[in-house]
Design a protein around this ligand. Structure first.
Ligand code: SF4
Length: 309
């Protein structure tokens, strides 16, 4: 219920007066073996959609251009008996076509076609999905209690590509979880190759106190092995991110101008719908404007381009 939220401020601002983050739910029911969230934040509780919608309206009226709806597992958002996350996204997306809408995070087991269809329908819902895989090995996924298989995960990736062919897909990877073998590690590398992620957050497993894994499993992969596996994962992802950026050279994207580029005050920096950073020479536009930018070159991390009419 909403009373649960009396102790927190659900809206967080980015400091640039353009982007804000709204918590739509708290807690998590999933009990991944390595994670402490279900113990520290409790069971899932979703917030009243009416409150969320009025918060977004206030942000739009104050000039905000981008809102990210946040939850540990937004796909299990549920208000009363049948108001789910795709409906919430649709209601918020309809408030203003000039408001960019993002969300995080999706648990792969709950990513529905209904959500993908809503994302495909509304141009202002950003074409970017963070879908944490954690591992490409079924043995590891089971031990982590992720509640999906590699095959299920790949089928969800295929569904994203089917409904939203231009979507950017990012992930989280944990290497060196309890009992991880070289074969498990190679499964993770092969999943990464198969999906071709645009971006990834990559971690060495480290035991958290109070988790199922801490109580029941051994943290038994040697640290130098974890480090070497992580390096292999990072190298593969770097190549994949670069490949993804190279594929964008020559394309034109709508960019929300977020500020001056870090490298030069003669350049603006912004992001496209896929959440990629694009840097381009300044135009007459001001921060907060949308501008069409044609990508001319790239680095591993950034697209470089020029504003076009
Ligand atoms: S990793 Fe995410 S889904 Fe799993 S228990 Fe933690 S918060 Fe929940």
């Amino acid at each position: 219920t909403i009373e649960t939220y009396d102790d927190i401020t659900p809206i967080r601002y980015d400091g640039n007066a353009l982007s804000a983050f709204i918590s739509i739910m708290r807690g998590c029911n999933n009990y991944c073996a390595y994670c402490v969230v279900p113990y520290t934040r409790g069971r899932e509780r979703s917030r009243n959609p009416k409150t969320i919608v009025s918060e977004v309206k206030l942000l739009i009226d104050s000039g905000y251009k981008e809102v990210t709806l946040l939850g540990q597992n937004v796909n299990s958002y549920l208000w009363e008996t049948d108001f789910r996350f795709p409906q919430l996204m649709e209601q918020v997306a309809k408030l203003s076509p000039r408001l960019r809408l993002r969300f995080a995070t999706s648990h792969p087991k709950d990513l529905s076609d209904d959500l993908l269809k809503v994302m495909a329908t509304y141009p202002n819902i950003c074409k970017s999905i963070h879908l944490p895989a954690q591992s490409g090995s079924n043995a590891m996924l089971q031990k982590m209690n992720r509640k999906y298989t590699r095959e299920w995960y790949v089928e969800r990736i295929d569904a994203i590509r089917k409904y939203i062919p231009n979507a950017a897909i990012s992930t989280d990877i944990i290497t060196g979880f309890s009992g991880e073998t070289e074969a498990d590690h190679r499964d993770t590398l092969s999943l990464m190759e198969q999906v071709g992620y645009d971006y990834a957050f990559m971690f060495k497993y480290s035991e958290r106190s109070g988790t199922f894994a801490e109580k029941h499993f051994k943290d038994d992969v040697a640290d130098n092995v974890k480090t070497r596996r992580l390096e292999e994962i990072i190298a593969l992802q770097r190549a994949s991110s670069h490949q993804s950026n190279l594929a964008d050279v020559g394309k034109t994207f709508e960019v929300l101008i977020e500020g001056n580029s870090k490298r030069s005050a003669d350049f603006y920096s912004g992001r496209n719908s896929q959440n990629k950073v694009i840097v381009f020479p300044k135009t007459n536009n001001i921060i907060g404007d949308y501008v069409q930018v044609k990508v001319e070159s790239c680095t591993t991390a950034t697209l470089l381009g020029k504003a076009v009419e």
